[in-house]
Design a protein around this ligand. Structure first.
Ligand SMILES: Nc1nc2c(ncn2[C@@H]2O[C@H](COP(=O)(O)OP(=O)(O)O)[C@@H](O)[C@H]2O)c(=O)[nH]1
Ligand SMILES: [Mg+2]
Length: 250
């Protein structure tokens, strides 16, 4: 790899508990022999995910670093990416050359996506245990992430989810963009993930992959002691960021 080409920075987003940290461990296991990998985790108040990944023994523990966001997790991957960008660049410099840097978002809801200024491509992770209808509900990550993962397919029989139907709904919500049904216990699905990642890396190196912005999250309400406020991220076009005071009943 020419040293002038920096690592592929890959974001992993999706709701809490859908299996983002486990997915990163799976990716490290599947590609550790082929690629030089680093990991940045985002937690709100802890470095729990980084500690989980270090203890999984899939990567040199020093190559796994935590960013403690201290605020809503989507802010740190989308609005003010400074802490994450510095963490990624430090890791790339300390372990140069890296091929792949995985950035795990702090688990949020269905609406959080990464800024293309921070990452080159992003995965959005859903799981069957969240319900078969989640894929139909859409949102920027589901609709426009580079790859949508329907995770934990091994649990489908226990939660009464029809995986092919959930995948078909997701493909429809994504206008045909790729969807992968995955379980860490299903080697064939892990092999498909590996192929997708190597393909994305090849496009990145060839300069044929253009990072896409899945789009801002919808305005939403944050409750707090003072009654809360509406948080709008729809400022990509108009450069305004509203934190307008709104009654708690709004
Ligand atoms: N059955 C099953 N459980 C999984 C799979 N992947 C992750 N999990 C479990 O799902 C839970 C949440 O996983 P985690 O990676 O911490 O989710 P995160 O909050 O999105 O990072 C943990 O108990 C994992 O062991 C999978 O493929 N199959
Ligand atoms: Mg996690």
């Amino acid at each position: 790899m020419p040293e002038t080409i920096r690592s592929l920075r890959l974001g992993v987003a999706g709701p809490v508990g859908t299996g983002k940290s486990s997915l990163i461990a799976t990716i490290c296991r599947a590609l550790a022999d082929d690629l030089r990998i680093g990991v940045i985790t985002n937690d709100i108040y802890t470095d729990e995910d980084a500690r989980f990944l270090r203890s999984a023994g899939v990567l040199d523990p020093e190559r796994i670093r935590a960013v403690e966001t201290g605020a809503c997790p989507h802010t740190a991957i989308r609005d003010d990416i400074t802490a994450n960008l510095l963490a990624v660049e430090d890791l790339e410099r300390d372990f140069a050359p890296l091929d792949l840097v995985l950035v795990e978002s702090g688990g949020d809801n269905l609406t959080a996506t990464f800024s293309p200024a921070l990452i080159d491509a992003q995965l959005f992770v859903l799981d069957v245990a969240g319900g078969g209808d989640v894929a139909r509900k859409g949102g920027p990550g589901i609709a426009r992430a580079d790859l949508l993962i329907v995770n934990k397919t091994d649990l489908a029989p226990y939660v009464g989810v029809d995986v092919p139907q959930m995948v078909a709904d997701a493909v429809e919500a994504r206008d045909g963009a790729p969807v992968l049904a995955l379980s860490r216990t299903d080697a064939a699905s892990v092999a498909e993930l590996r192929t997708w990642l190597l393909d994305m890396l090849a496009h990145h190196r060839a300069g044929t992959h253009v990072p896409q912005d899945p789009g801002p999250m919808a305005p939403h309400f944050h409750a707090d002691e003072d009654g809360g406020y509406v948080h709008s991220h729809d400022h990509d076009q108009d450069h305004e960021h509203t934190h307008a005071g709104t009654p708690a009943t709004a």
